[in-house]
Design a protein around this ligand. Structure first.
Ligand code: BG6
Ligand code: MG
Length: 219
């Protein structure tokens, strides 16, 4: 293949932060007086912070109870809890194959981009020590449309001046894969096929990904 750019989702592809999102949402749910299960947490993967709060409140059957201002405060409170968790992260929390693939791609002339819904991506990248392995970082602070809108991926490709059809997106969420397809990019699912119907191809994790088959290495 002739791909020249790799765009990575962060949560669930490079690092496992879902467990910290879960703990922070669960604490908020407990404060509101209901339980929140790991199964229900699956619905929040790849979903923006405010959309996640709306899903959480729906689970607690209290979606209509709060004003926009109150919801803003709740989202901030959840984020403060989440930031306390991720502040303690280090490189041991990188998912298998993540750092090796990023290094291999850059060494061989492939551009790398981050395309994450998170507004905390800079902090996470610093904590796990891979911030310098990206040519461009696009996250929830840069976009106005959440996945499955392709904006978070097209902005990265635009900044690198690479045509969309020359980009591959690595994603663990169906919404993210739909975004990649809408942009005309290759959609590489990370996880299980049954959860990722829009993926062109699925690998269990990044250690399984055969980079030579997809990218146009220049050395
Ligand atoms: C995505 C996660 O990457 O980022 C979602 O999969 C999360 O679970 C979203 O809600 C927003 O993250 P943050 O850090 O801005 O609250
Ligand atoms: Mg993800």
């Amino acid at each position: 293949m002739i791909l020249r750019c790799a765009i990575f989702d962060l949560d669930g592809v490079l690092v496992d932060t879902a467990k910290y999102h879960y703990l922070a949402w669960k604490e908020l749910a407990a404060k509101l007086g209901f339980d929140f299960s790991p199964q229900q947490n699956e619905r929040l993967k790849g979903v923006s912070r405010m959309d996640s709060l709306n899903i959480l409140l729906e689970v607690g059957r209290m979606r209509e109870r709060f004003t926009a201002e109150e919801k803003e405060k709740m989202a901030q409170e959840k984020n403060a809890r989440y930031v306390a968790y991720i502040s303690k992260m280090d490189s041991s929390e990188l998912l298998g194959g993540a750092e090796a693939l990023l290094r291999q791609l850059r060494k061989r002339g492939i551009k790398t981009a981050l395309g994450s819904a998170s507004k905390n991506s800079q902090l996470i990248l610093q904590k796990v020590g891979i911030a310098s392995l990206f040519d461009v970082i696009v996250d929830g602070n840069d976009v106005s449309h959440a996945k499955p809108d392709p904006e978070v991926f097209t902005l990265g490709a635009d900044r690198l001046q690479i045509p969309y059809q020359d980009c591959a997106v690595f994603e663990d969420s169906e919404a993210g894969l739909q975004a990649a397809k809408r942009a005309g990019m290759a959609a590489i699912g990370i996880g299980e096929r049954k959860n990722l119907p829009s993926a062109d191809v699925v690998y269990q994790d990044l250690t399984q990904f055969p980079a030579e088959r997809y990218f146009k290495f220049i050395q």
